[in-house]
Design a protein. Structure first.
Length: 165
C-alpha cells in the first residue's frame, strides 16, 4: 500500500528534536506475486495494481515456466491461500509440467518468499516517504531491476538450512 511504514530509530537520550516521517493517503496499492528460485535466488515477479486471484496465480506460473523453459518438472511451493488451491490453477500447473506443493498452515518461516517480502519492505517501504504513487511504484520496479545488488544480503536470510525443533 502506498503509505510510509514506520520503523524504529535510535536517538541519544536528551537529544533535541525528533525524526518525523511524512505519510501519504495510502489508498492506492500494488500487488506483487512472486516466486524465488531456492538455489539461485532468481526472482520471478508479477507486479500489478489488481488484487491477487486465481488468474494472477496462473499468470505467475506461466512467468515461472518462461524463466525456465528447458527445465523438466518444476516444483512450486505455495502457501495455503484459497486461490492457490483452485482447480484451474492446478490444471494450469499440470499443463506447464509443474507440481504444486503446499506448505503447512501458519508456517511463514518455511516460505522463502515471505523472507524476501520482509527484506523488500525494509529496503523499499520502512521509513521512506514517496510523495506520489508513481514514485512508490518506481521504487518497487527499481528494487527488482537491481535485485542482484542485494544477493549477498539475501544469501544470509534465504538459506535452506532449517533446524528441527
Amino acid at each position: 500500500m502506498h503509505n510510509t511504514v514506520s520503523g524504529y530509530c535510535w536517538q541519544e537520550k536528551g537529544a533535541a528534536g525528533t525524526k518525523t516521517i511524512s505519510s501519504s493517503t495510502g489508498r492506492k496499492r500494488i500487488s506483487i506475486i512472486g516466486a524465488i528460485n531456492a538455489l539461485t535466488l532468481k526472482p520471478t515477479t508479477l507486479i500489478t495494481e489488481d488484487n491477487c486471484d486465481k488468474e494472477m496465480i496462473k499468470q505467475i506460473l506461466v512467468e515461472i515456466r518462461n524463466d525456465y523453459p528447458s527445465n523438466g518438472k518444476i516444483y512450486v511451493f505455495l502457501d495455503n491461500a484459497r486461490y492457490s488451491h483452485n482447480k484451474e490453477v492446478g490444471l494450469k500447473a499440470k499443463n506447464l509440467n509443474m507440481k504444486l506443493k503446499f506448505l503447512p498452515p501458519y508456517s511463514p518461516n518455511l516460505n522463502l518468499i515471505e523472507r524476501l517480502w520482509k527484506f523488500f519492505k525494509n529496503k523499499v517501504r520502512k521509513n521512506i516517504y514517496y510523495e506520489t504513487f508513481e514514485k512508490f511504484k518506481m521504487a518497487i520496479f527499481d528494487f527488482f531491476k537491481n535485485f542482484k545488488q542485494y544477493k549477498p544480503e539475501l544469501k544470509k536470510i534465504l538459506t535452506l538450512k532449517f533446524e528441527i525443533v
